[in-house]
Design a protein around this ligand. Sequence first.
Ligand SMILES: Cc1ncc(C[n+]2csc(CCOP(=O)(O)OP(=O)(O)O)c2C)c(N)n1
Ligand code: SF4
Length: 346
Amino acid sequence: MEQILNTIERSNVELTKEDFVSDQMVKWCAGCGAHAILAAVANVFPKIGYRKENFMMVSGIGCSSRFPYYVNTYGFHGIHGRANAIASGVKISNPKLSVWVATGDGDSMAIGGNHFIHTIRRNIDLNIILFNNMIYGLTKGQYSPTSPMGSVTKTSPQGTIEHPFNAGELVIGAQGTFFARVPDNNIKLMTEVMFEAARHDGTSLVEVLQNCIIYNDKVHAPITSKDTREDNQLVLRNGEPMLFGAGNKKGIRLNQTRLEVVTIGENGITESDILVHDQFQQDPGIQLMLAKMAPPLYPVAMGVIRSAMYPTYDDMVEDQITYAKANSKILTVNDLLNSGDTFEVK
Ligand SMILES: Cc1ncc(C[n+]2csc(CCOP(=O)(O)OP(=O)(O)O)c2C)c(N)n1
Ligand code: SF4
């Protein structure tokens, strides 16, 4: 893995994953996909290489939002839907921190939807891990904005009649600069993707397809199970052709304006027809199509789908503060109080 180059202070001792394990009892259900996310974070934080004190984990409310207790870093267990707002404040007031958000699909896309899209639009340098179990776990199984249409839940006894959000589509639509997706049963890929997220300057969103064994068991199984994943997952690697399926015989090509699944060797198709992934492409057209792919027509795209360079809000705020400090005539509160139209109350 390459080194991350930025101004966050690096550790002068080599840290291990044990350094990031807290002394708190992990209270998630046995078999919950959140355990795998915790393992991936413990893997990746030492690899990122910052001092332990420079990591900050922020969450909202939900099973997923218990995360800050379980990593041995600074943390903030916030209020429902406000994790991204709190994290934005943390990062802007202290840009020398590596700020991570643990949030559920309800926390970020229902009650926190407004804060979510504006954080992404601003491109604040945060790393958001979206635990997408397509249900409200903590409150015992109400449908969420990502529950598939027709889901029978506590609040939709006849099945939901809402069109769910696709997290990737929402992020790219909100002008997101980084979007990645991983299944919860591939800790290696999750660790790699989280490292890429940390390396990205701007808001990075890692969607984890997380199983809630109690209230939404196997909701991702058509994509993540042993029997389905070969045909229903396309793991993207930058600069490599988009191949998948047994023996990498299937691939994605661009047919006029649409993506299409083709088979190498059939109808004259060769590897040169297959699209090559470009995660750094600024124009999100193909990346959006990749983010939206779903069975039965397509595999689901995994890995880093988009990682585009744009100026970050936090850098621009710092520049404005530096400029104001150097050029403002107002240097004290007293200057401010006497700076404009003043009047005397008699
Ligand atoms: C203002 C407010 N409204 C509602 C709730 C109740 N509540 C707590 S967690 C939650 C949803 C949790 O779902 P999600 O964010 O998907 O996280 P998960 O538990 O699945 O990890 C809700 C509705 C609350 N705590 N605060
Ligand atoms: S209720 Fe679901 S999301 Fe919550 S800890 Fe249990 S398995 Fe995980």
